[in-house]
Design a protein around this ligand. Structure first.
Ligand code: PAF
Length: 289
């Protein structure tokens, strides 16, 4: 596996690959790799000739009081896992490579407010601007044909797709289903913050979201009551609920009676750990709607 830390090192390799007509795929990560990330690398292997994984804990997407300083950093085990997964190039930049003019006043990308102001964006103001600011920089530096993102961060996926379409990046965005632990808990680097009992109980979040999705499939259309019931259920399981919401899959807007393709999304706290998850819930059309 090749390794690049600077723009020059990265360019030397990717330019050669482009010159040889090889198709490249980028898997952007913040490191502390788990099976969810490795599934993206494996999918990238199937989709492209060369796989590039970036590891960069991006300060501009963390709000004040969030876990930037404590975010788990495990470069040695990440390197081993990437080699086993068949990654061709690890891009592991310093701040000065990603933000050459410093972190105080970088050129920023602003996420489309219609997609980004709700749910995660409401709870974490500025988060998606930070995500797009670094993803745009990664796209500009790596110039991949394809980039892969997990569906666990569903709103992030939509916000990135919109940036790609709106700014005209010629990059195909591939979404990959959430990889879960046996309990149903979505894989996440932040699961490391959970205590043993919290981790055992955290799979219940997925179980509740699936129940909501089943209710919707069975014809329930009173979203607000469905959301309230889910909140009560999650609270009774010991979670502190940030939001649990039924939304349109395509733009996360509130669904109308004719919307069939829906998503149930939630953010909860287990102790001090914030967990997010989502599931799809396709309604069957009901005559007269
Ligand atoms: O999903 C993540 O790990 C991050 O938000 C990303 C896309 C790597 C940008 O820092």
């Amino acid at each position: 596996m090749w390794r690049a830390e600077t723009r020059e090192q990265l360019n030397a390799i990717t330019r050669r690959w482009r010159g040889e007509g090889l198709k490249t795929a980028l898997v952007p990560t913040m490191g502390n790799l788990h099976k969810g990330h490795l599934a993206l690398v494996e999918e990238a292997r199937r989709e492209a000739d060369r796989v590039i994984t970036s590891i960069y804990v991006n300060p501009t997407q963390f709000g004040q009081g969030e876990d930037f300083d404590n975010y788990p950093r495990t470069p040695d085990s990440d390197v081993k896992l990437l080699m086993q997964a068949g990654c061709d190039l690890l891009f592991i930049p310093e701040h000065s490579t990603m933000y050459p003019f410093g972190l105080e006043n970088p050129v920023r990308v602003q996420a489309s407010p219609d997609l980004a102001a709700t749910l995660e964006g409401q709870s974490r103001p500025g988060h998606f601007d930070g995500v797009l600011t670094v993803v745009a920089r990664l796209f500009n530096l790596v110039v991949p044909d394809i980039a892969l993102f997990g569906e666990k961060d569903f709103q992030q996926l939509l916000v990135i797709r919109r940036m790609v379409d709106d700014l005209g990046y010629g990059i195909r965005i591939v979404a990959f289903p959430t990889v879960r632990e046996q309990s149903g808990l979505a894989m996440s680097s932040r699961n490391n913050y959970l205590g043993v009992d919290e981790r055992a109980a955290a799979g219940e979040l997925y179980a509740v979201l699936r129940q909501v999705a089943d209710h919707i499939r069975n014809g329930r259309g009173d979203w607000q009551q469905v959301e309230r019931d889910a909140r009560t259920r999650l609270e009774s399981l010991g979670f502190r609920v940030d939001y649990v919401a039924v939304r349109r899959t395509k733009d996360l807007g509130p669904p109308g009676p004719a919307d069939l393709d829906l998503r149930v999304l939630a953010a909860v706290y287990s102790g001090r750990t914030r967990l997010i998850d989502n599931v799809g819930a396709n309604r069957v059309g009901i005559s007269g709607e």
